[in-house]
Structure formats: C-alpha cells, structure tokens
Design a binder for this molecule. Structure first.
Ligand SMILES: Cc1cc2nc3c(=O)[nH]c(=O)nc-3n(C[C@H](O)[C@H](O)[C@H](O)COP(=O)(O)O)c2cc1C
Length: 352
C-alpha cells in the first residue's frame, strides 16, 4: 500500500500529499482550490489561463492570477502557442505568487487547438519544446506540463514528446492518457503512464478516472507515478478527496453538504461578483446535492433562482443545522491574505 499522505517534491516545491486537484476550466476557481486543500489535496491548480489574455491585460484573465495565502502549493496553468508570449505570461504567473507554472498541452477543445495551442502541440514537438524552454528560462519557479496521450485514438505520441519536454526544462509531467479525439469518452489507459514514467527521471502525475482510493492505489502501484490527479470525482464532492487520501468512506451529512456548498457560494461571489457567480454556480448545485443526498426536484428549484442569496436561504431552510457547521468551518479557516493584482509590481503591467 502506498501512503498517499506522504510528501514528495517538484524541484524545490514540497507537495504534502500524493493527491493533486485537477485544473478544470469553469470549475477550478479559488473557492474550489481552497476547499480541495482543506480536504487533503497536496497541490491545486488554476484552470487554464490564456497567455494572449494575459498579454493584453484582459481584466477577466488577470482575475485568474489571484492567489490566496492558504492555497500553496499552487500551480497556475497557461496555454498558448508562441514561446515569447508564454514566457511573458509565465513571468506574470510567478509574480502573482504561484509555486509552479503549468503548461497546457492537453486541451482538446477546437477553440484552443485551432490557435495552435493545447493538444495540437503534441504534434509539433519542436514548438512544444521551444515553449517549455522559453518558459523555464523566464522564471525561477518549476515548470510543469500537462498533456494527453496524443491527438488520435491509440496515439503514443506522449512517449516521444514527454522526454523531450523534460530535456527542455519541464520538472514534472502530468499525463491524462486519453487522446484529444476521445475527449472524455472511453478509459484513461494508465499502461501508457507507466511507459512514460520508465522514460523520464522527473515525477509524473497520473490523471484520468481516479474516482476512489482503490483506483488511486492501483494506478500508483502499477505506474510508479508520484501522485494521482483527481478531476471530475471532486466536482461538488470534496469528500472524494478525503476518501482517496485516508480511505475513510465518509458520506457527509445533509448539514455538512449545505455548509460546504454555502461557503463555496459565498467565496465564489466574492471572487467573481454576484452576477457572474449566479450563473457559474448553477452546475455546482447538482454536483453537491446529487449522490442521493437531496431529492432531485430540490436542485431544480434552486437552478431557476436568480440570486445567490435566495439559493442560500433555501439551502439553510432544507438543513437548518448547516449554519452551525458553517460557523465551525469558518472558525477553523485561516485568515487569508490575498495577493491582489493591485499589489503586483507595476512593471509587470508595463507601467503607466
Ligand atoms: C470541465 C473540465 C474542464 C477541464 N479543464 C482543464 C483545463 O483547464 N486544463 C487541463 O489541463 N485539463 C482540464 N481538464 C482535464 C482534467 O484536468 C483531467 O485531466 C481530466 O478530467 C481527467 O481526469 P478525471 O477523470 O479525474 O476527471 C478539464 C476537465 C473537465 C472535466
């Protein structure tokens, strides 16, 4: 049995457990990452951030670079196709306080791949290496790369590209061994993860279909991965992280579910503002309240409400004891200092 509570290292960065919370676009807001850390994730990651958005100082994009003091260690993930623009984005990521800069060579979505970014770079290993080298040259923090197995089904491209990315400066690789074409269908083939690990001398994180402690143990044991990454299983379900880490199958009470959801909602409103948060949060209601925890019509009642405060009131009405659970969680939370964008050195904005 591998002890998932063991720490490991990515260069100088100490990662306290072998469970990593996956970057997920439209999901991995700060509230999600902080919650993941509380439930045992040793490393959390932002969703992918456009390097072009950073270059153009797009306000919403810069919002993704906000780091709270209780998130560390934290990776911020960037995507793009131009080495110099990626290097500049990486400098911003380091200045924002991230512990790692992660490069996305896995995104299969057309909007991204048609710009030459994401998974397409697996088919242009020269350019992929130029990006990694430029980013590694630009920052002092370690560079990591997250990738898929290749573009087409059955591709073994990651085995050719992976070692080259390490030679170019990547200090860790995460493999999601599905092809880009597969999107999220079929299974993640972790025999490929084992092959990749035999070819590189940096720690490798295994991503894909890690939904239980048994699966996590099996993947770690059969691949030699340094850690497992958990994505969809943790959506609205931080208890899955705890189960994977500690082996305690802990189905939360209704009060715990509501307390965690309300805390998540409040933090998300603070982060995104009421208007954006109201829409963003809708998918989370089903994720939290599912798993047989609440009757299905209750979720449907919530998603039609316009204001987050109304949702909160309904949740507390359904589980009044949740107020006390929430008070307890809040009392245990550390006082958080945020590196706000205003605090960043003026030089990274290019001055006035
Ligand atoms: C909604 C969603 C958004 C995702 N966004 C990203 C992303 O921004 N960057 C990335 O590298 N992977 C992204 N992924 C892939 C996950 O990080 C992970 O590799 C994949 O979901 C497989 O792990 P799982 O089976 O544990 O979900 C996303 C996955 C999902 C489901």
């Amino acid at each position: 049995m591998i002890d998932l509570r063991e720490s490991w290292r990515i260069g100088p960065v100490k990662v306290p457990t072998r469970v990593v919370l996956a970057p997920m676009a439209g999901v991995s807001v700060q509230a999600f990452r902080r919650q993941g850390r509380r439930f045992g994730a040793g490393l959390v990651c932002s969703e992918m951030v456009s390097c072009a958005g950073i270059e153009h100082r797009n306000e919403r994009t810069l919002g993704y670079l906000r780091v709270a003091s209780d998130e560390h260690p934290l990776a911020i993930q960037i995507f793009g196709s131009e080495p110099s623009v990626m290097a500049e984005a990486a400098r911003m990521v380091a200045a924002a306080g991230a512990d790692l800069v992660d490069i996305n060579f896995g995104c299969p979505v057309r909007k991204v791949t048609k710009t030459g970014a994401g998974a397409t770079l697996l088919d242009d290993s020269e350019q992929a290496c130029r990006i990694v080298a430029a980013v590694a040259e630009a920052v002092d923090i370690p560079v990591s790369v997250k990738m898929r197995r290749g573009l087409e089904n059955g591709s073994r491209r990651c085995l050719e590209v992976g070692p080259r990315l390490v030679a170019a400066g990547a200090q860790t690789l995460t493999l999601h061994p599905r092809s880009a074409r597969q999107m999220y269908t079929g299974d993640a083939d972790h025999s490929l993860t084992a092959e990749l690990i035999s070819l590189v001398d940096v720690p490798v994180i295994a991503s894909g279909d890690i939904t239980s402690r048994a699966k996590a143990q099996a993947v770690l044991a059969t691949t030699g991965a340094a850690a497992v990454m958990v994505g969809r299983a943790a959506q609205g379900n931080p208890w899955a992280l705890q189960e994977i880490l500690l082996g305690e199958a802990a189905e939360p009470s209704k009060e715990e579910v509501v307390a965690e959801l309300v805390l998540f909602m409040r933090e998300t409103v603070r982060e995104l503002g009421e208007r954006r948060a109201a829409g963003f949060l809708k998918k989370f209601y089903g994720w939290y309240l599912g798993h047989g925890r609440f009757p299905r019509p209750f979720k449907q009642e919530l998603v039609v409400l316009d204001r987050v405060a109304e949702v909160e009131a309904r949740l507390f009405a359904a589980a009044p004891g949740a107020r006390f659970v929430l008070q307890r969680i809040e009392a245990e939370q550390p006082i958080v200092e945020e590196t706000l964008l205003d605090d960043m050195p003026i030089s990274i904005y290019g001055g006035g």
